[in-house]
Write a protein that binds this ligand. Sequence first.
Ligand SMILES: [Mg+2]
Length: 282
Amino acid sequence: MNMKNRLLVFTDLDGTLLDFHTYSFAPALPALNALKECGMPLVIVSSKTRAEIEPLLDELPLTSRLFIAENGSAIYLDRKSAVPPGVQAELKSGYRTIVLGRRYEEVLDALDRTKKICKARVKGFRDMTDRGVARLTGLDIVSARLARKREYSEPFTFQGSEDKLHCLKAELQEMGMTCLEGGRLFHAMGRAGKGLATEMVINLFRSAPGGSQWKTVALGDGPNDMDMLRCADIAVVMRRPDGTWMEYDPEPLQLVIKPGGIGPAGWNESVAALLNELGNLR
Ligand SMILES: [Mg+2]
């Protein structure tokens, strides 16, 4: 391996590494295997919970089990990992965990209070059954159960006027939380984000001996990936099932790739091209 060309890859899951409809990563397998063969770490950065991501860690060819869950609320490292001085990390559920968000109970409490103040019609995953979450998200019942094992954020539906939504967002903000807007759901959580967590992981790698050699790549398809894409040397903006790409203004000197393939096919295409370009594929 050429030590000058080490890739550190950050990836979103749904619509990026996983097919938007089938949740399959099969089209990305050649590049996933090549990454592993070259010893390059792949970091999952998702809105999904730890419980949803763990089964994927067993299925994917990976060199490291480091991942970022619940939209950047927590970074899960190997329990033996060292963290730089000044970084708080706790041993929990077999991981060394860096918590950037707020505890689920605190998030629920803030959401409850906000709901009352704004008299808003809000329904969170806590208020739903596994079956209800499955119906709402299109996940199967097992995955829906895992999606309800929340630690730091609460997805919710909201029905009401723009004014009420504005009230919700402002009150959550006031309580030190944030409200992210997804495709069909809103997410209440602490003031974390995929970008902040990604930046922290990049710093962990770069502060290790020889760390300046890492070239960083981020792949994502949606607005909540924007700040993660901004952290990397190379941003890969994924093609969506409707054939379009999200609008993205690159950072100065940043290389942007817009693959032709959709979801995992585009993932395969861009990561293989990058490995090739850096001379890691023979
Ligand atoms: Mg996505």
